[in-house]
Design a protein around this ligand. Sequence first.
Ligand SMILES: Cc1cc2nc3c(=O)[nH]c(=O)nc-3n(C[C@H](O)[C@H](O)[C@H](O)COP(=O)(O)OP(=O)(O)OC[C@H]3O[C@@H](n4cnc5c(N)ncnc54)[C@H](O)[C@@H]3O)c2cc1C
Length: 477
Amino acid sequence: MAKVVVIGAGFAGHTAALYLGDELGKSHEITVINKYDYFGYVPSWVWVGVGTMKPEKTVFDLAPVYRKKRVNFVHGAATEVHPDEQFVLVEATVGGEPVRVDYDYLVIATGPRLDFASTPGLGPHGGHTYSICTLDHAVQARDAYLESVAKMEAGERQRFVIGTGHAMATCQGAAFEYITNLHKDLERRGIRDKADLLWLSNEPAVGDFGVRGVHVKKGETIVGSDEFLLALFEEYGIRSEVQRGVLSVDEDVIHWENYEGEYGETPYDFAMLVPRFLGVSMEFVAEDGSDIGSKITNPGGLVLVDAEYGLPYDVLKAKPNAWPARYQNPTYPSIFAAGIAFAPPGPISVPHTTPNGTQITAVAPRTGMISGIIGRLVAKNLIDMVKHGTMPHEERMSHMAAACIASMGDSLWDGSAATIIMYPVVPDPHRYPNEYGRDLFVSEMEMGLAGAWMKRMVQTTFMYKLQAKPGWKVIPE
Ligand SMILES: Cc1cc2nc3c(=O)[nH]c(=O)nc-3n(C[C@H](O)[C@H](O)[C@H](O)COP(=O)(O)OP(=O)(O)OC[C@H]3O[C@@H](n4cnc5c(N)ncnc54)[C@H](O)[C@@H]3O)c2cc1C
């Protein structure tokens, strides 16, 4: 009987667990360890942070789903992995001794550690800014936003700054969706004229999203996401400042450095800035008790997998096969990493170093869709490994498509959304020898009410699928 343990029940880990439970649950031991006892549908936390969706609509309990799929569930945070002896230690949730969970195969799908600490003054825990990266954070952001709303209703002007809170941050898509939702909500409340909205980001250009932007062919013309979204910002009256790495935040001022190495300040009343994402802190302990973290993770704590690391950007750019295919740790082949937890070989977006030596680079995103696809791929390989001793499945991000629906308001009557599809996520200049390394016919950008319907539909179908209701497998990641 094989023992497969998954740490983390987000898009990557939970997807992996459903497939593993479905195929192996009857005869093998599948265990999920998760810090929370619920699954959180992260994309809808944008709406929670604006106050247009109730938090409870974005979550469901994990235990009943896992019971159905014959998956054991351990509620708690994994603190130590012992790769030589193949077990994980889990911090007990209500006091007591740590729980030991043995494995033959381990999937690390712990998502990001929100690294507020690298930007002094950033974040809701003792800092001055807000975040929508966890459900608690989104609720706090909502409450602070509603305080600003009350001030505007009383005639006071408010300055909103939304974007990235570190020079090496990622996840610009979520922040972009937040600023457009704020705009729509303020309009709906009739107080948009009392608000200044500013997009502040480490991207080389608006709409880069850490993927070098998206380009689509419209007739004979190529339209880039920079033009597309700048036009939208203009229509919405949103100002933008890009190529800025936030260094620190005071109570009413954000301090940054730009591409040219100049230092500047941006005043604000309410700021939601996404922190840098690092790997979750877990100790990796050898049989002799020594720390072997460097064999398993990069210095940022993201798990090393079958990627080619250390390539200069220009070499990596021309080598899509440097991106991992199986998400397997080379030193400990029984360890896999899925979703944000795996270490990418480098950025997709063009990196930049300022004359002062500060790196300002939009780091490669691993979105919910990508995380789900990787979770399924890792699960499929483990299922084949357990059943047949082989791991036939491979899929690099240079062969994955990504669809992003950035909502602008959640109304099904007058809401809107930018639907952006790109293929492949990691450009492949060999298969697509154009300037962008992507399929310009498959890549698409559209704006309209249909997107708002689609965004709602995606949430409903995903919440259905991820609860493993009948036919769940038919719904793609
Ligand atoms: C506000 C917001 C909106 C977004 N919108 C979209 C969108 O519209 N479309 C899209 O594709 N992507 C979107 N994303 C990105 C998407 O949410 C992430 O890419 C995705 O959640 C990553 O999945 P994951 O499984 O790797 O990590 P996570 O979803 O973060 O899951 C990791 C899980 O591991 C648990 N965990 C962490 N450490 C431990 C530990 N030590 N022990 C046990 N458990 C642990 C965490 O509690 C969590 O449950 C959005 C992100 C944000 C923040």
